[in-house]
Ligand binder design. Structure first.
Ligand code: ADP
Ligand code: MG
Length: 238
């Protein structure tokens, strides 16, 4: 079943067409990875799904509903960025809880949810600390927990690990794969790193210059690339 569908999506910034005509189906519960060189339109595509950017033409469907006119807060999509901004004066608990307060969730329910989620992402011992007392990886987990607490049906992660060192990045990859299994929700993950893409996703979408080159399983991409760009980008001869 499709969770998200992009139908004939185009995007122009002034006279510059960065996405000419994009069609994509993201399956419910999948771990979909958008991969391609820097500037190819990955972030723009996902910002349109989240409602943070309006497409120039075409329709976006989430759960069999056209969301073209649905504001970001009502799309049930949470986005985690590379440059996550935490509130420096608030504790870890305060940062995670923040998104729930203006949703009218009762204090006791907020506490339970924050405690449960901090267990899942390994932050339980750090709830009373301030962001500057945490490592880079721990801060990234706070950003993740802040998105999780809203219990969205779709997680969009835009290069969330690129500020971390290689060792921590490897560890966080494994954690995210486990988190996806545990939550069973749809993950859409953006990276420019093909090794990361192939090791994480069950559906890989290879993009170049605003055009999807191929969308397939890692096995299919590896063994049966449909064009030279995909073959070279994934690293196998066509
Ligand atoms: P990626 O995430 O794959 O690195 P982006 O989606 O950020 O690529 O950008 C795709 C193209 O759109 C790039 O050429 C970029 O310069 C351009 N672009 C992105 N956002 C804007 C904007 N707000 N105004 C003008 N051009 C933009
Ligand atoms: Mg980007």
């Amino acid at each position: 079943m499709a969770k998200i569908e992009l139908r004939n999506i185009s995007k122009k910034f002034k006279d510059d067409t960065v996405i000419p005509n994009l069609n994509l189906t993201i399956k419910d519960g999948s771990f979909t990875v958008l991969v391609g060189p820097s500037g190819c339109g990955k972030s723009t595509t996902l910002r349109m799904v989240a409602g943070l950017e309006q497409q120039s033409d075409g329709d976006i469907w989430i759960d069999d509903k056209c969301v073209n006119d649905t504001p970001p807060g009502l799309r049930d999509v949470a986005m985690v960025f590379q440059n996550y901004a935490l509130y420096p004066t608030m504790t870890v608990r305060g940062n995670i809880e923040f998104g729930l307060k203006n949703r009218g969730v009762a204090k006791t329910d907020r506490n339970t949810l924050v405690t449960d989620i901090s267990e899942i992402v390994g932050l339980a011992p750090y709830l009373d600390k301030k962001p500057q007392q945490l490592s880079g990886g721990q801060r990234q987990r706070v950003a993740l927990a802040r998105a999780m607490v809203k219990q969205p049906k779709v997680f969009i992660l835009d290069e969330p690990l690129s500020n971390l060192d290689a060792k921590l990045r490897g560890q966080m990859r494994t954690e995210l794969i486990q988190l996806h299994k545990r939550l069973g929700t749809t993950f859409v993950y953006v990276t420019h790193d093909q090794v990361e893409a192939m090791s994480m996703g069950d559906q890989i979408v290879v993009m170049n210059k605003g055009v999807i080159q191929q969308a397939d399983s890692p096995m299919k991409l590896y063994h049966d690339p449909e064009n030279l760009f995909t073959a070279e980008f994934i690293g196998t001869p066509a």
